[in-house]
Write a protein that binds this ligand. Structure first.
Ligand code: ASP
Length: 443
C-alpha cells in the first residue's frame, strides 16, 4: 500500500536531507562562533542575509494563501453541508462525532503542552535572540497578547466582529475571517439553486488554486527547511534543538494518547467493537496515512478496509469516510493547538485559560478548513498565530520537524475517520439511505 518512490516520498526524503544539512551547517557555524567570535559574526551575517531570505520565500508563499484559502474552504464547507441536510440524523451524528473527536484531540494536546512546557527549555538569551529576529518589537507583542482576552462582552464582539474586517484581515486576524466566511456560507443557503451552485464552483476554484500554490511552496521546502533550521541554530544555539526535541516528544505523546486512548474509549463506549481488533484491521490504513501524509491519498485504502475488514456498509463508508478525509482532522487540530502554544512559550507570550479555550475552538474550526494533503495545515497555523499576537514567522521554529509530524497527524486524521465510520455503522447503519453517495467533498 505504500507509495514507494512516489513524488510525495521523494519530497519527504529531500526534506529530511534538508533537515540534516540545516542542523549540521547551523551546528558547525554556531560551534565555530562560540570558540572564535569573528566566525560568529560571519554566521550571523549569513543567517540574516542568505538563510533568512531563502526561508522567507517559502514562508511568504504560504502566507499568501492564508486569507483566500480560509475564506473559500469554510464558505464551501457550509454550502456543502446545506446540501447534506437532507441526510438528517446520519449527518448530525457524523458531524457531532467529528467535532467531539477534534475537540478532545486539541484538549489533550494543550494539556500535554502545558504540563511538559517544551518552549520553556530555552535559555533567556536564546529567547531574546529569537525574539529580536522574529519580533523586533517583542515587548509590545507580549503586552498585546497579555492584554488580549479580558473576556468581556465588548471584547468578544471586537474579536469576532471588528469594526473593519479588511483591516483585521490585513493583520491576519483569522477569527473575523472565519465568522465572515461562515456568515457568507449560511447566507448562500438562501440563494436560488443556480446562484448557490455558481458560488460553490467559485469557492472550489479558489481552493484548488490555493492548494496548487501550497504544492509549489512545498517544492521549495527542502531548501527552506535547511535554511530555516540553520538560521535558528546559529541564533539560538543548541537550546532551540532541545526545545524542539521536547516539543516533538510532547506532541507524539499527546498523539499516542489520542490514537490509542480516545479512539479505544470511543469504540468501546459508542460502538460494540474491540479496540484491539479495530487496530489490527486498520493497520494498513494507518501505515498508508503515515507514509503518504495525505488523508485524501489514503481514502481509497480507507474505503476498502472499512468495507472489507471492518464490515462497514458501503453507504456508511461512502458517506462518512470521504467527508472525514476533508473535514475530520483530529491530528491536525491537535497539532495546530500545540504549535501555537509551543511558539507562544518560546516567545514568552502568555496564553491564559481564556485564550486557550478560544484556541481550542479555532483549532477545530481551522482544522476543518485544512485539505487532506501534505503540509496543508501550515497556512492555517500562520493565521492562528497572528490571532494570538504571536509573530507568524515563528512557524519557522517548527518547520524543520513538520514533515515527520505531518505523517503522525495524518495517521490520527484517518484513524478518526474510521472510528467515526464504525460508530455510525453500529448505531445507525440500518437506517442509512442508499443515496448517501461516495463523492468526496472538494475543499
Ligand atoms: N497532511 C494532513 C492530512 O492530509 C493535513 C495537514 O495537517 O497538513 O490529513
Amino acid at each position: 500500500m505504500q507509495l514507494r518512490g512516489s513524488p510525495s516520498d521523494r519530497l519527504a526524503a529531500r526534506i529530511l536531507w534538508g533537515m540534516g544539512a540545516g542542523l549540521a551547517t547551523g551546528g558547525l557555524l554556531r560551534l565555530a562562533g562560540d570558540h572564535w567570535p569573528p566566525a560568529g559574526a560571519t554566521a550571523e551575517w549569513l543567517a540574516r542575509e542568505v538563510l533568512d531570505p531563502v526561508g522567507l520565500v517559502f514562508l511568504r508563499l504560504l502566507f499568501f494563501v492564508v486569507v483566500p484559502l480560509v475564506f473559500a474552504s469554510l464558505a464551501l464547507g457550509i454550502l456543502q453541508l446545506g446540501r447534506l441536510q437532507a441526510l438528517g440524523p446520519l449527518a448530525g451524528r457524523t458531524f457531532a462525532l467529528f467535532g467531539l473527536n477534534m475537540a478532545v484531540g486539541v484538549a489533550l494536546g494543550l494539556v500535554v503542552m502545558n504540563t511538559m512546557r517544551p518552549g520553556r527549555a530555552l535559555a533567556p538569551e536564546a529567547r531574546a535572540a529569537l525574539l529580536a529576529r522574529y519580533a523586533p518589537d517583542a515587548t509590545r507583542v507580549q503586552e498585546r497578547a497579555a492584554q488580549q482576552p479580558g473576556l468581556s462582552a465588548r471584547t468578544l464582539v471586537e474579536m469576532f466582529l471588528p469594526a473593519n474586517l479588511l483591516r483585521a484581515v490585513v493583520d491576519f486576524q483569522i477569527l473575523p475571517l472565519i465568522v465572515f466566511a461562515l456568515l457568507v456560507g449560511v447566507a448562500s443557503l438562501g440563494l436560488p439553486e443556480a446562484r448557490r451552485a455558481g458560488l460553490g464552483v467559485m469557492c472550489e476554484t479558489v481552493v484548488a488554486l490555493m492548494t496548487r500554490l501550497v504544492q509549489w511552496a512545498m517544492r521549495l521546502a527542502p531548501a527552506a527547511v535547511a535554511a530555516l533550521l540553520a538560521a535558528a541554530v546559529i541564533r539560538a544555539g543548541f537550546d532551540i534543538l532541545k526545545a524542539l526535541a521536547w516539543f516533538v516528544a510532547a506532541l507524539l505523546l499527546a498523539m499516542a494518547v489520542h490514537l490509542f486512548g480516545t479512539f479505544s474509549l470511543l469504540l468501546r463506549g459508542l460502538s460494540r467493537r474491540r479496540p484491539g481488533e479495530f487496530f489490527r484491521a486498520a493497520r494498513v490504513v494507518l501505515v498508508t496515512a503515515f507514509s503518504t501524509s495525505s488523508s485524501s491519498a489514503t481514502l481509497p485504502t480507507t474505503l476498502q478496509v472499512a468495507r472489507e475488514r471492518l464490515g462497514i456498509s458501503p453507504a456508511v463508508a461512502g458517506f462518512v469516510l470521504p467527508l472525514g478525509a476533508t473535514l475530520n482532522m483530529s491530528g491536525t487540530a491537535l497539532y495546530e493547538g500545540c504549535v501555537v502554544l509551543f511558539v507562544a512559550q518560546v516567545f514568552g507570550v502568555p496564553l491564559g485559560l481564556g485564550s486557550q479555550a478560544l484556541l481550542l475552538v479555532l483549532a477545530v474550526l481551522s482544522a476543518v478548513a485544512v485539505a487532506g494533503i501534505p503540509g496543508a495545515s501550515l497556512p492555517l497555523i500562520v493565521g492562528l498565530m497572528a490571532t494570538f499576537h504571536i509573530p507568524p514567522e515563528g512557524i519557522a521554529l517548527i518547520y524543520g520537524a513538520d514533515r515527520i509530524l505531518d505523517m503522525a497527524r495524518t495517521t490520527l486524521n484517518v484513524g478518526g475517520d474510521l472510528v467515526t465510520a464504525c460508530i455510525v455503522e453500529d448505531r445507525l447503519g440500518a437506517q442509512v439511505p442508499d443515496r448517501a453517495g461516495g463523492t468526496p467533498l472538494a475543499k
